[in-house]
Design a protein around this ligand. Sequence first.
Ligand code: SIN
Length: 490
Amino acid sequence: MELRLQREELLRRQNFVGGVWTDAADMARYPVTNPATGKVIAEVANSGKADARAATDAASEAAREWRQRLPRERAEILRRWHSLIVENTEDLATLMSMEQGKPMTESRGEVAYGASYVAWFADEAIRIYGDLIPQQQRGKQMWAIKEPVGVVAAITPWNFPLAMIARKIAPALAAGCTVVSKPAEDTPLTALALAMLAQEAGVPAGVLNMLSASRDQGIEAVGDWLADDRVRKITFTGSTAVGKYLARESAGTLKKLSLELGGNAPFIVFDDADLDAAVVGLMAAKFRNGGQTCVCPNRIYVQAGVFDKFAELLVARVSALKVAPATDPQAQIGPMINPKAVAKIARHVDDAVSKGASVLVGGTRLEDLGQNYYAPTVLTNATNDMLITCEETFGPVAPLYRFETEEQAITLANDTPFGLAAYFYTRDMRRAERVSRRLEAGVVGLNEGGVASEAAPFGGVKESGYGREGSKYGLDDYLSIKYVCQGNLD
Ligand code: SIN
């Protein structure tokens, strides 16, 4: 199967600034490659400081008018954008599979997932309520009103090239903010196509601006946004190290920040769990996107009484996974994003094996398929001193750890600086309540591996960041509260 677009014009190679498709100021370009083949798909604008500045100029100019629009008008534009995303599912999925490598079924699923945030925030746009505060003194009235924070810089990762940018741009536009954005260097094509559909939906010039940039140039471009006091908020999904850098560098202009950062999710299976359900949940959570997901279980703790049975059920399923490029309609796991990602996975597995883990299935690169493939892997006898326990592997590797008591499982699960997602399986209702409260995570899957939803507040605690995306809470990150005190009313 060839990956071809029905609308060739959705493959954009330029930046979108002030409603115009434009080259980088210095005409620079960089190649975007297909991780399945290493072949160049397109050369796109390699933006720097000057382009970032032009995007901020356009966004701050457009902000005055956009914030004055009735919420209903903003909602209508978002609804049109949502319809166009859904209508163009096949092309968006194709672009995503070409640049990111994920199987087409997953890419189609991601288009629907990303679009659901646009629909959700179209509906939320008209529900931005304030408060009339109960009167405290005669002749005085107090209100709290919510206002857009201003220009937002959205910086997004390569693992979900559509959903992550949609779930930042949609609430920003709904709230009345304007946006400058930079998708990940590896995956700008899906995001640029999304910008084109936003243009077709009637998003006014300057309200959404998008730049592509290679790693080094991207640092320059983002640096300009960090220093510019017209940019009032940064929303970022990516590594904790970069999140800390953004927090430090934006301190000079005290921007509002939403940081959705790294995870190291525990997945706990208690003796009383429904083991079949737990295996299905783990497969969904662990192997989605080839394990390249911040909420992927990274450490799988299984209670001693069911350890062997659970390992057997898991190995049967993992052995059956089909690894192939997105051109294969049967593919369930594609290539990893780049050779560096594969090298990290191999380093984690080799380190674990050198410290006593055994490979139950996988444990090797799949060089016959290409340089970016790694076999879905299950390890047993994993222990705390292994790299795989402390760092996010971001690949299709499931290390199993044996535990004896509930207390021990909770201690192990929380023994990490991260706190994005955690999962556990039990049939005991009292344990369900107790463990849910004690897990240090922003998102808990209780007898459930699929936690993602536009209706849910997504975000972490500890070094996994702050802010929430999706749900009724997701708009708050793009709003500030103004208190008005009106006097002399008597
Ligand atoms: C992520 O990996 O950062 C997000 C995953 C999700 O939305 O489920």
